[in-house]
Design a protein around this ligand. Structure first.
Ligand SMILES: Cc1ncc(COP(=O)(O)O)c(C=O)c1O
Length: 499
């Protein structure tokens, strides 16, 4: 039709978002970030076409994703079998929606939840909506290749011991850097206390398909988990899986009825069938090819490491890289660290340089570049990346952080280890009628935060709504802003606090 003709310049110029996406897609950039289908390369042509021609939602001839009974149920049962769960549902709003459903069903309104400070913002929001009573699990275990602390079986046991009235535990594993908690032992600990273990496995949807990767939450004895299929698998954004273990269903710790009740509360009533179909496709593809594809990427990674200058320290292939640690690591979450402490550039500078060359990484903090290789990444792209990185090496000396090297590591870690004074529940602050005002940093110290404040990277909240802003946190956030960090809940005009 004439009015849809792509050559119509005026039409294209009138669609800024379309124009921008068209330009980006036309640049043939190399993707080391989500989604796992790498610009559609992970899908066969016939499936890409089907995504548009069969963009359907519930019809008599399809099925109902929120109350599956026909082909959708069949696909979900096959996914449950492949991922090792007792019951799986396809979520078309990402792990964000999956976590909302999971916490609403497992914790409930006004219920108690044990969790570490390192959680995705979706947890903050559902805790606010459901008036969840939060108890903190101390997290003090680190991997050399990550910034964020992880929980240990001991810290989970200590939290359960100190809070005998709280039985639901939520753990994020793996985190954004690929650091995984010891889920098998944590599951045993939680069950010894009669509790329920939920895992935010948004970054680990590929785990179940290779013994070279850490055990998946479902295989490790967790009661339920969510996985963002779109992050690491050939799945359309924002397709996710919600899995409940067979043991949790059989013991009555979780109930299928309650899940069915929660699904339509949090999922749209028009869920995308193409997104759901891509979750079905990824399951079939992984069963058929997953182990081979993962082994191939680990081989590519080994070759990449051998080509990389020794001034970079690349995360290893082993899932237990830190001797003596209880933590695991996803070898396919590639972290390239800078070795020295002499001069700039920082890792985030290098990310920008690579981007200018058409190579896009997932993110970088000041020390580490983080890559999410698609399971379909080519050998050639790995080699091109090694060449591009080596070319960015400073001629003399090494990398470093000019006196600021605690900016991402030391201070982040010490602030994550402490909890600001809680004054009001986050729900009361986000949804109550308190007056909110903006103040400068000096005026913010001692005030109650009206916002969730989460610097990106790594995107975990440093301050929850309703917590008192202390001087250390305010000073750190100001330093991050001076270094051009993007901070959700905060900008140059100041902090939102309660009047
Ligand atoms: C740890 C973690 N959990 C949950 C989510 C939410 O996932 P989604 O983007 O699929 O909604 C993210 C997103 O980055 C995440 O990093």
């Amino acid at each position: 039709m004439q009015w849809l003709d792509e050559s119509s310049k005026a039409l294209i110029e009138n669609m800024p978002l379309v124009e921008s996406l068209k330009q980006i897609a036309g640049q043939q950039r190399t993707s080391w970030h989500t989604p796992g289908h790498a610009g559609g390369k992970g899908f066969p042509d016939w499936l890409r076409d089907l995504f548009v021609s069969a963009d359907l939602t519930e019809l008599p001839v399809t099925d109902d994703l929120n109350r599956p009974a026909g082909v959708a149920l069949e696909a979900m049962k096959m996914a449950a079998n492949a991922f090792g769960s007792g019951l799986t549902r396809f979520i078309t709003g990402g792990s964000t929606t999956g976590l909302h459903i999971l916490l609403a069903m497992a914790v409930g309104y006004g219920g108690k939840l044990l969790l570490p400070r390192c959680v995705h913002q979706s947890v903050v929001h559902i805790a606010a909506l459901m008036a969840i009573d939060l108890r903190w699990i101390a997290a003090g275990a680190y991997s050399r290749f990550g910034l964020l602390p992880q929980v240990t079986p001991q810290s989970v046991a200590a939290a359960l011991e100190a809070n005998p009235d709280s039985q639901v535990v939520l753990v994020t594993s793996p985190d954004y850097y690929g650091t995984c908690a010891d889920i098998p032992t944590i599951a045993e600990v939680v069950h010894q206390y009669g509790g329920l273990l939920l895992v935010d496995e948004a970054h680990g949807a590929h785990f179940a398909f290779s013994s070279d990767l850490p055990p998946s939450a479902m295989c490790a004895g967790a009661d339920a988990c969510v996985q963002s299929g779109h992050k690491t698998l050939p799945v359309l954004t924002p397709g996710a899986y919600l899995h409940i273990s067979a043991a949790a269903l059989q013991s009555g710790r979780l109930s299928a009825d309650r899940l069915e009740q929660m699904l339509p509360i949090f999922q749209t009533s028009s869920p995308s069938f193409p997104v759901a179909a891509s979750l079905d496709y990824a399951r079939a593809w992984l069963e058929h090819t997953g182990e081979f594809a993962i082994t191939r990427q680990l081989d590519n990674l080994m070759d990449f490491r051998s080509r990389l200058s020794e001034k970079f320290i690349c995360s290893p292939l082993s899932m237990k890289p830190d001797p003596g640690s209880s933590l695991f690591r996803d070898p396919l979450r590639v972290v390239v660290c800078l070795d020295g402490n002499i001069s700039r550039p920082t890792a985030s500078d290098l990310l920008m340089n690579l981007s200018a060359e058409g190579i896009d990484l997932e993110f970088a903090d000041r020390r580490r570049m983080v890559l999410i290789p698609s399971l379909l990444q080519t050998e050639q792209a790995w080699q091109q990346l090694a060449v591009a990185l080596n070319r960015l090496l400073p001629e003399k000396g090494g990398f470093g952080l000019v006196g600021d090297d605690d900016l991402m590591d030391g201070t982040w870690r010490s602030l994550m280890a402490t909890v600001p004074e809680p004054i009001l529940h986050s729900g009361e602050v986000l949804f109550g009628r308190h007056q909110q005002i903006r103040v400068d940093p000096a005026g913010a110290v001692g005030r109650i935060s009206a916002r969730l404040v989460a610097p990106y990277p790594p995107g975990v909240p440093l301050v929850w709504p309703g917590e008192r802003l202390d001087k250390n946190r305010v000073d750190f956030l100001v330093r991050l802003m001076e270094n051009n960090a993007s901070i959700s809940g905060l900008d140059q005009q100041g902090f939102w606090v309660l009047a």
